[in-house]
Design a protein around this ligand. Structure first.
Ligand code: MF3
Ligand code: CO
Ligand code: CO
Length: 403
């Protein structure tokens, strides 16, 4: 993301990065009316260099303002209507949106009430108030953790549960099923395994998984729309178990899908496979995007730029940030013991994305279809272990994998 240009101000403050006398305020901090001392820089260079860690200050301030809700808002929330969660982000899923331009045929449908997680299940810190407090304040947003053997063992267990939950959801897919019913399968399978569905109330996300249909790139909210013959749907599952997260997704065919969509899904699958094949100690994180971009563009498709792979473990999202596009500026090299996701989103038309008024649903700008696959990976001494790998029991839904 770009920090934009910087607002000038006079003061005797010191630079948040290097400590030199500073007089430049971050424009976003000014807009959010944050205290003058909270971020001041001596130069554009220090501002730009600090941007990736500094921007969390903005998010924290926005989220903490949201929790200071009025009594009216608290009553609304207590009604438990799913779409009210979107309102908490200052967004809405209302039926009348006169000024919104829909990029494709898909429309939003009602969201069901919040599902319950039994009291005995260990929950992440956002389950009550929607705010991932530990994640936002952690040093692991800047440094890539090397996991201990004990952490790795927990990651293996959790990722296996996530895989089994995704497979259960995949088996439920057929024309006529609503994405909310898929969410129910994900929710029930997750709690049956003793795990928490990580998306539920993460930054106020209202459901237990993401379901992204046709032109939806990612973060689609499960709702009352019925899947139609010929649709494609991505299901993205993350579970929290024994203190760690496991994250994966796959894109599936609904009934009979046209040849172009099949090509798109197979190419996206191959993009992830090719990216995984280069993972080993010493490889630069920025190489991942080169490999994915090469395969996608060779097939006539484009690579989504706004959403990236991420570190994962005790935190849902942390360093490293792993873009899927070419000529990216990702820093650092892979080391044994790191765990992160790779999750390319490949679009049939343009790479640009737009956000629906619900504050979550990401769609292609031209309304053409987009597909995604995701794995959680562990860098080993010799290469990579795919922690969310398919199991012998996984449903046989991809023709190119048939024996
Ligand atoms: N599972 C998604 C990922 O791959 C994140 C979903 S966040 C949610 O990173 F809030 F939308 F669920
Ligand atoms: Co992910
Ligand atoms: Co995911």
């Amino acid at each position: 993301m770009d920090g934009g240009s910087i607002a000038s101000a006079e003061s005797t403050l010191s630079c948040a990065r290097c400590g030199k006398p500073a007089h430049l305020h971050c424009p976003k901090c000014v807009e959010l009316r944050l205290p003058r001392e909270s971020a001041v820089f001596c130069s554009q260079d220090c501002f730009k260099a600090s941007w990736s860690s500094h921007k969390t200050v903005h998010l924290k301030s926005k989220l903490s303002r949201l929790t200071a809700s009025t009594p009216d808002e608290q009553i609304s929330a207590a009604l438990n209507e799913g779409w009210l969660y979107c309102l908490k982000k200052g967004q809405a899923r209302t039926s009348k949106l006169p000024h919104f331009y829909w990029t494709g045929p898909l429309r939003q449908y009602p969201i069901s009430s919040r599902r319950i997680v039994p009291a005995n299940i260990d929950k992440p810190d956002w389950t009550i108030d929607g705010i991932p407090k530990i994640e936002l304040n952690s040093d692991l947003q800047n440094v890539v953790e090397i996991k201990t053997l004990e952490q790795i063992e927990r990651m293996r267990e959790t990722c296996r549960i996530a895989r089994e939950v995704l497979d259960a959801a995949a088996r439920a897919i057929q024309p006529g099923v609503t994405t909310d019913e898929i969410d129910e399968v994900v929710h029930e399978a997750t709690i049956a395994a003793g795990a928490y569905p990580s998306p539920l109330n993460y930054k106020f996300f209202p459901k237990s998984c993401c379901t992204s249909v046709n032109e939806v790139i990612c973060h689609g909210i499960p709702d009352a729309r019925r899947l139609e013959d010929g649709d494609i749907v991505n299901i993205d599952v993350t579970v929290y178990y024994k203190g760690v997260h496991g994250d994966l997704n796959e894109t599936y065919f609904v009934g009979n899908v046209d040849e172009a969509s099949k090509q798109l899904i197979q190419c996206t699958y191959e993009c992830l496979e090719k990216a995984i094949s280069i993972v080993k100690p010493g490889v630069r994180f920025r190489e991942v995007g080169e490999v994915i971009n090469r395969h996608a563009t060779m097939s006539g498709f484009s690579v989504v730029k706004s959403y990236c792979g991420h570190g994962i473990g005790e935190l849902f999202h942390c360093a490293p940030n792993i873009p899927h596009y070419a000529r990216n500026k990702a820093v650092g090299v892979m080391k044994a013991g790191q765990t992160f996701t790779i999750e390319p989103m490949i679009s049939a038309g343009v790479w640009r994305d737009r956000l629906w008024p619900d504050g979550w649903t990401v769609v292609t700008e031209d309304g053409k279809r987009s597909a995604q696959f995701e794995h959680t990976l562990l860098v080993t001494e010799t290469g990579v272990e795919v922690l969310t790998a398919r199991l012998p029991s996984s449903p046989n839904v991809f023709s190119w994998l048939k024996p």
